[in-house]
Design a binder for this molecule. Structure first.
Ligand SMILES: Nc1ncnc2c1ncn2[C@@H]1O[C@H](COP(=O)(O)OP(=O)(O)OP(=O)(O)O)[C@@H](O)[C@H]1O
Ligand SMILES: [Mg+2]
Length: 243
């Protein structure tokens, strides 16, 4: 059995019976504002603290904004700057406007997709990253109009990340935040794992959020939808299977 990489997210490692098999690429899908960016940031923060070089590649928001939002949400993470200074935690990215408008190269969006991928790969190599987050696949999808080409591109991304040996979280926007209406893009099935974050409905004034592991190659995992909350100490998945 392969090594398990702890996500470090309270309760999630319990749902995964220890963590994500090393080298797996996991899609983190969820509705708008479900906490995809914050959860994937926390995954890198926890892994950086444990000594694994961790790279966040932001495509939806500027890297500085990701960092600012994480600082505000996770007030108790007081060593973010120290980790960044040590280069154990690297927050990088590419301006979405440049990506989506083909930059000044005029090479078209598929060309731009290739450029983004090779930029991510170079960053993994130059930083010797062990963990990576790409936030999000949905921006990359916008670059490629043809479904067959998008599917091939996702296959090549999965293959390249596997080759580089990183354990990754790739965020993806779901069309609906509701479990009952959940459908998956077939493209996601080329990846090793899928975790979803969605709304379980409203209870009085409170928004109820739930997390579920849909699949995780090479590992046993919980199939139970488990509530989670975003707290200043990090994301807390209220799992009964903590180990
Ligand atoms: N301090 C906080 N305490 C509790 N919840 C917070 C806090 N800060 C942010 N949130 C919640 O986190 C959500 C934003 O999280 P995040 O940016 O990770 O979501 P996302 O799924 O990446 O969203 P998007 O689809 O816009 O990319 C907010 O909508 C809010 O509900
Ligand atoms: Mg986000």
């Amino acid at each position: 059995m392969s090594n398990l990489v702890k996500t470090g997210i309270s309760g999630l490692d319990g749902m995964l019976y220890g963590g994500i098999p090393e080298g797996n690429q996991v899609v983190l899908a969820g509705g708008p504002g479900s906490g995809k960016t914050l959860l994937s940031f926390e995954y890198l923060y926890r892994n950086a603290r444990a000594g694994a070089t961790s790279v966040f590649f932001a495509l939806e928001e500027e890297p500085e904004r990701v960092l600012d939002n994480a600082r505000v949400a996770f007030k108790d993470f007081d060593d973010i700057d120290a980790l960044i200074k040590r280069k154990t935690l690297v927050i990088d990215g590419k301006d979405p406007a440049t990506v989506l408008h083909g930059g000044s190269s005029g090479g078209g969006s598929q060309y731009e997709f290739g450029k983004v991928l090779s930029e991510i790969e170079s960053l993994i190599v130059s930083t010797k990253a062990k963990r990576i987050v790409i936030d999000s696949l949905s921006v990359l999808e916008m670059l490629i109009a043809e479904p067959a080409v998008y599917r091939r591109s996702m296959l090549s991304l999965a293959g390249n990340l596997r080759h580089l040996g990183v354990t990754s979280l790739l965020t993806a926007e779901m069309a609906t935040p509701e479990r009952s209406k959940l459908t998956f893009q077939t493209e996601f099935f080329v990846f090793d794992g899928i975790i979803v974050m969605y709304e379980r409905g409203e209870e009085e004034e409170k928004r109820l959020l739930g997390m579920e592991v849909i699949k995780m190659r090479g590992a046993k995992h919980s199939f139970i939808t488990t509530p989670y909350e975003i707290t200043s100490e990090g994301i807390n998945v209220v799992s009964t299977q903590d180990i």
